[in-house]
Design a protein around this ligand. Structure first.
Ligand code: HEC
Ligand SMILES: [Cu+2]
Length: 474
């Protein structure tokens, strides 16, 4: 944005009004503008491009809510939202538009909320004018002076908590000439969730302030939940089409290394501004920042959206899919052309290497205990806990368990087949599901020997041959 004199006089008047603290009277000048209601969409949808060649007065009205929703399969969370969704609605205006913003806090809210739009030039980005108690509504207006893709978020204290609970979204201020035409536009916003418990722990999970302070989230997701862009929610496009992603990062803490596996961004509007970079593999999206990425689809198949801080993608949820239909061009991408045995020179035969080191074979009871402890830590501890004490109401104890110690052989079947249905351990009923383990016979023998001789248990040795016998008995 270079030439301010190109702006209509209402703008100059509005600027003067703010600097000289004159009340809103000069806003009357905007009465000449055509008035329209903003089209708001929920992710991954984006409102249609703006085809006006002049500014308008655009009215935006958004509710704030506090409601239970799905964070992952079996996991619920009390989300605080704009517009009843995480991320909040996508707002699309044009450079120079005069935006009248209404924030309505639902009567059943417990918290006050406000909004800081990064597209606003003025104190708090609107936050100081939009503090809204439950059951109240507020109004302020601003002129969209700078084009670009901007984050908005709640800025009510404690700010971090309002953002962590889901209060953010994107507002696009189209440059005067608009963006180049593309076939598909999508709204993708990354953010983190900090819950009591770990990733995947079921039930309604409250916010965890300690994890938030440590910047150590259980969930890093696109569009507010694990799987919001996968399965039934997968995005679709065709070979030959051009795609534009409006990518935002609500944080509250992490910076995203946004990447699409199997694509190269032809163009990136760096940080959502006017600087264009080309041929980009991964682009940084700051917390409270954005990027616009564009690419043409040349090959069919599934593209995967990730935060390339990659444990976040495969272990914390930051994964989405664009399914690309159409015909393959084998010159662009061949698919697998050959697979066969590789014989390095001088090697006659090939030993099979599965990649994983074979688990060691115990030669003594001490070794069984040692190896068994390692198996326990990796495969059992998450449920039965470090001292075999279990978790009341969920996982039965292995320490002092009459169920286990009365018939240690039966535990072999529990590990091989899993266990479900009601059982009684030390007089307490449990009705959960223990999944079948995928351990080798040696590992089953080791871990059961470890369990049978730890935490006060005094129960014998399980040999590998015992496990093999049980397995073949199935
Ligand atoms: C995902 C959680 C989970 C994991 C992992 C798990 N268990 Fe269990 N386990 C359970 C549940 C739940 C039950 C009770 C099942 C029921 O109610 O029918 C159970 C029951 C048992 C029992 C019988 C009840 C008792 O307290 O004696 C044994 C023995 C046992 N598990 C051993 C193990 C061992 C050894 C491992 C690791 C190799 C393991 N479990 C891994 C959840 C788990
Ligand atoms: Cu809020």
């Amino acid at each position: 944005m270079s030439d301010r004199s190109a702006y209509p006089c209402f703008l100059v008047a509005a600027l003067l009004a703010t600097t000289s603290l004159v009340p809103d009277t000069t806003l009357g000048d905007t009465d000449d503008l055509p008035v329209e209601e903003a089209v708001l969409t929920l992710a991954p949808q984006v409102p249609p491009p703006i085809d006006r060649d002049h500014p308008a007065k655009v009215i935006v009205s958004v509710d704030t809510t506090e409601q239970v929703g799905r964070l992952a399969d079996g996991v619920e969370y009390v989300f605080w939202t704009f517009g009843g969704a995480v991320p909040g609605p996508f707002i699309r205006v044009r450079e120079g538009d005069f935006v009248e913003f209404h924030l309505n806090n639902r009567p059943d809210s417990k918290m006050p909320h406000n909004i800081d739009l990064h597209a606003v030039t003025g104190p708090g980005g609107g936050a100081t004018s939009s503090f809204t108690a439950p059951g109240h509504t507020t109004q302020f207006s601003f002129t969209a002076l700078n084009p670009g893709l901007y984050v908005y978020h709640c800025a009510t204290a404690p700010v971090g908590m309002h953002i962590a609970n889901g209060m953010y979204g994107l507002i696009l201020v189209e440059p005067e000439g608009g963006y180049p035409e593309v076939d598909k536009e999508f709204y993708v916003m990354q953010s983190e969730f900090y819950t009591k418990g770990d990733f995947g722990d079921e039930g309604l999970r409250p916010f965890d302030m300690d994890e938030a302070l440590d910047e150590n989230p259980d969930y890093v997701v696109f569009n507010g939940s694990v799987g919001a862009l996968q399965g039934d929610n997968t995005l679709h496009a065709e070979v030959g089409e051009t795609v534009r992603l409006f990518v935002g990062n609500g944080g509250p803490n992490l910076v995203s290394s946004f990447h699409v596996i199997g694509e190269i961004f032809d163009t990136v509007y760096v940080e959502g501004g006017s600087l264009k970079n080309h041929h980009v593999q991964s682009t940084l999206v700051p917390a409270g920042g954005s990027a616009i990425v564009e690419f043409k689809l040349e090959a069919p198949g599934d593209l995967h959206l990730v935060d390339h801080s990659i444990f976040r993608a495969f272990n914390k949820g930051a994964l989405g899919t664009i399914s690309v239909g159409g015909a393959a061009d084998k010159v662009v991408y061949s698919g697998q052309q050959y697979e066969g045995i590789y014989l390095p020179e001088g090697q006659a035969a090939q030993s099979v290497d599965t990649g994983a080191p074979a688990s060691p074979t115990a030669t003594s009871r001490e070794e069984r205990m040692l190896f068994g402890e390692r198996v326990y830590e990796r495969n059992c501890m998450a449920c039965h806990q470090s001292q075999g004490q279990g978790l009341p109401g969920a996982f039965p104890p292995l320490a002092g368990s009459d169920y286990l110690l009365d018939d240690p052989d039966h535990a072999i079947d529990v590990l091989l087949d899993g266990l479900s249905g009601e059982i009684t351990v030390n007089g307490v009923k449990y009705n959960g599901v223990m999944p079948a383990t995928r351990l080798s016979d040696e590992e089953v023998a080791n871990v059961l020997t470890y369990v049978l001789n730890s935490w006060g248990n005094d129960g014998g040795v399980i040999e590998t041959a015992d496990v093999t016998r049980h397995r073949s008995g199935h």
